[in-house]
Design a protein around this ligand. Structure first.
Ligand code: NAD
Length: 541
C-alpha cells in the first residue's frame, strides 16, 4: 500500500512550438504528413482492450481534398454497444479502487507521449482529418490535450485533500468515490483536446467511459485511443465506439449503470441526450451527472474609445481562425458609427492579405470547413444575406466545394440587429456586424445581451476604463468567458477555465476543478471513539 500524500504543483502550460522552416519539429511534422497522406488505415472499435472490425465501414477523408481517403472506420452495431456497456461495467471495480496516484501517473504519461513521442503523429492526423493548419493543430491536439491531463492531476490532488473538520471524540473524513457506473463521453469534431478530456476527466477520478467520437475527427481520436492504451489505461476503462450517435446514445442511455454524460457539441444534440436521460430516469441506479458544453453566438462589443486596428485584428482572428469552427468564435459584432469605416477598412485589408487552401501549404491561414453538410449550411446563411435588403457582404461571400469545402472568410453588415446571422450559430467563417449610433450604448448593450439564446464568450474593446467596466458588468450573463481588449477565443487550461451558461451548456468549466468534482460521488465517514450509552439529554440525568 502506498501511504504517501502526493502534492502535484500547478504545471506549466505546454510550450507552443514555432515550426519555423528547417526546425526539427517542422521536419518531423512534414515527414509525418507525407506518411499519413500516403496510406489508408483501418480504424476498428476498441472494446475491453480488443480491436473489433464490424465490416460496416465508412471513409475518413481530408476536408480540404475530399476525394483523398485517409482511413476506413468500422461502425458499432447493437451487439458492440452492449459489449461496450458490459466492459465498462466490468472494468469499474478495479480502476476505481486503484490508488489515485496510479491514475495520475497514467495521465502524466499520456501527456508525455503526446508532447514527445507522438507530437508529429497527432498533429498530422488533426491537420489532415480535421483541416487545421499547423498552429491551430499544435495549440489543440498537443498543447491543450497535455494541459488538460497535467492540470487535472493537480486539480484532483486539491479535491482529494479537501477534508472535513474532526473533533475530540470523532474522526471525519471524505472519500471521493468514482460514480457508481460508467460515463458516456460524446465528443465533437473540432477539438482533439476536448475528445481526450471528455474521457480523461472522468477516468482520472476513477470512472470508466464509453466514448462516442465524432465521425469527422476519427483519425486523430483513434490515435489518441492508442496512446491511452500505451500509457497504461487498462482494458475496458475507455471503450472507443465509432458509429451512429443516435443509436449509441439511445442504447447506452437505457443502461441502469449509466452514471453520467460528458458532452461537447451542439445544443440540439445535448438537448436530445438530456431528454433521453429524463425519459429513462426510473431505470438508473443514481441520477446521472449531465455535463455539456454546447454552442455559442459569441460577440465583440466595440466602445467608441476603442482602437480600430486592435478591434479588427481581434475580430478577424476571433472569427476566422480554424474557419470559425470554434464554439468561442466571434460571430457578431456591435460597432459604433464613429469607428465603423476604420474598422471595416482594417478588416477588408486583412481579408485581402490571407490565403486559403490545403493544410500542407503553410502559407494558408484558412483551410476547409469540416464536411459537406456544414459547407451547405454555412453557404445558406451567406446566400440569405446576399438576397436580403437588410444586409450586404462587406468581404468574402465566395465558396467552392469542388476539391475541398472552402468558404472564404465572410463579413456581413446588417441594418437589423435581429438579422438571422446575428442570432443563430453558423459555425463557420462568417461574422455579422451591426453599426450602432455612438449615443445608443445602453440600447445596444441590451440588444447584445438579449439577441441570442447562448452565453458562451464575448469581448469588449475600449480604452475608457470606466466604460469598459460598465460593459463588463452589464453583460455579466451574456458570456461565461469574457475578454477585455482581446479576441473571445483561445482559452488556455489553468488560465481561463472555459464554459458558458444559458444555451451554451452547464458551465462546469472544462480544465478546472469544477468539472472534475462532477465525476465523483463523495462519501462522508464519521467515526465516534467513545459511543454514548444513554439516550437521555444531560440535563435529564
Ligand atoms: P454535434 O452535436 O453535431 O456532435 C457532437 C457529438 O454528438 C458527435 O460525436 C456526434 O456524433 C454526436 N451525436 C450527434 N447526434 C447524437 C445523438 N442523437 N445522440 C448521441 N450523440 C449524438 O456537434 P459537432 O458538429 O461535432 O460540434 C460543433 C458544435 O459543438 C457547435 O455547436 C459548437 O459550438 C459546439 N462546441 C462547444 C464547445 C464548448 O466548449 N462549449 C466546444 C467545442 C464545440
Amino acid at each position: 500500500m502506498n501511504n504517501s500524500i502526493y502534492n502535484f504543483k500547478s504545471p506549466d502550460n505546454e510550450p507552443v512550438l514555432n515550426y519555423f522552416e528547417g526546425s526539427p519539429e517542422r521536419i518531423a511534422l512534414e515527414a509525418e504528413l507525407e506518411r499519413q497522406s500516403n496510406q489508408i488505415i483501418e480504424i476498428p472499435l476498441i472494446i475491453g482492450g480488443k480491436k473489433i472490425f464490424t465490416g460496416n465501414t465508412s471513409d475518413v477523408v481530408m476536408p480540404h481534398n475530399h476525394s483523398h481517403v485517409l482511413a476506413k472506420y468500422h461502425k458499432a452495431g447493437e451487439k458492440e454497444i452492449a459489449m461496450a456497456i458490459e466492459e465498462a461495467r466490468k472494468a469499474h471495480a478495479d480502476w476505481s479502487s486503484q490508488n489515485w496516484t496510479t491514475r495520475a501517473s497514467v495521465m502524466l504519461k499520456i501527456a508525455e507521449l503526446i508532447t514527445v513521442k507522438y507530437r508529429a503523429k497527432l498533429n498530422a492526423a488533426t491537420m489532415l482529418g480535421q483541416s487545421k493548419n499547423i498552429y491551430q493543430s499544435e495549440i489543440d491536439a498537443v498543447c491543450e490535450t497535455a494541459d488538460f491531463l497535467r492540470y487535472n492531476v493537480t486539480f484532483a490532488s486539491e479535491i482529494y485533500k479537501t477534508q472535513p473538520l474532526s473533533s475530540f471524540n470523532q474522526l471525519n473524513r471524505m472519500e471521493y468515490r468514482a460514480l457508481e457506473g460508467f460515463v458516456l463521453a460524446v465528443s465533437p469534431f473540432n477539438f482533439t483536446s476536448i475528445a481526450s478530456n471528455l474521457n480523461m476527466s472522468p477516468v482520472m477520478m476513477g470512472n470508466t467511459t464509453i466514448w462516442k467520437p465524432a465521425t469527422t475527427a476519427i483519425l486523430s481520436n483513434y490515435y489518441l485511443m492508442e496512446i491511452f492504451m500505451e500509457a497504461g489505461v487498462p482494458a475496458g476503462v475507455v471503450n472507443f465506439l465509432p458509429g451512429s450517435g443516435a443509436l449509441i446514445g439511445k442504447i447506452v442511455m437505457e443502461s441502469r449503470d449509466m452514471a453520467g454524460i460528458h458532452f461537447t457539441g451542439s445544443n440540439n444534440t445535448f438537448n436530445s441526450l438530456w431528454k433521453g436521460v429524463a425519459n429513462n430516469l426510473e431505470k438508473y441506479k443514481s441520477y446521472p451527472r449531465l455535463v455539456g458544453e454546447t454552442g455559442g453566438k459569441d460577440f465583440i462589443f466595440v466602445h467608441p474609445s476603442a482602437d480600430p486596428k486592435e478591434v479588427a485584428v481581434g475580430a478577424f482572428s476571433g472569427a476566422f481562425e480554424y474557419q470559425g469552427q470554434k464554439c468561442s468564435a466571434a460571430s457578431r459584432m456591435y460597432v459604433p458609427e464613429s469607428l465603423w469605416s476604420d474598422v471595416k477598412k482594417e478588416m477588408v485589408a486583412l481579408s485581402e492579405s490571407i490565403k486559403m487552401g490545403d493544410v500542407r501549404d503553410s502559407s494558408n491561414f484558412v483551410n476547409a470547413v469540416i464536411d459537406e453538410a456544414s459547407f451547405d449550411n454555412i453557404v445558406s446563411y451567406i446566400e440569405y444575406a446576399k438576397s436580403s435588403k437588410e444586409a450586404e457582404i462587406v468581404f468574402g461571400g465566395t465558396y467552392d466545394k469542388s476539391t475541398g469545402y472552402f468558404i472564404s472568410p465572410t463579413m456581413i453588415l446588417t441594418s437589423n440587429p435581429h438579422f438571422k446571422s446575428m442570432e443563430e450559430e453558423i459555425f463557420g467563417p462568417v461574422i455579422t456586424a451591426f453599426v450602432y449610433k455612438d449615443n445608443d450604448m445602453e440600447k445596444t448593450l441590451e440588444l447584445c445581451d438579449t439577441t441570442s439564446p447562448y452565453g458562451l464568450t464575448g469581448a469588449v474593446f475600449g480604452r475608457n476604463r470606466m466604460e469598459v467596466v460598465n460593459v463588463c458588468s452589464r453583460l455579466q450573463y451574456a458570456a461565461g468567458n469574457f475578454y477585455i481588449n482581446d479576441k473571445p477565443t483561445g482559452a488556455v487550461v489553468g488560465k481561463q477555465p472555459f464554459g458558458g451558461s444559458r444555451g451554451s451548456g452547464t458551465n462546469d468549466k472544462a480544465g478546472g476543478e469544477f468539472n472534475l468534482i462532477r465525476w465523483v460521488s463523495p462519501r462522508t465517514v464519521k467515526e465516534t471513539f467513545i459511543p454514548p450509552t444513554d439516550i437521555r439529554y444531560g440535563y435529564m440525568k
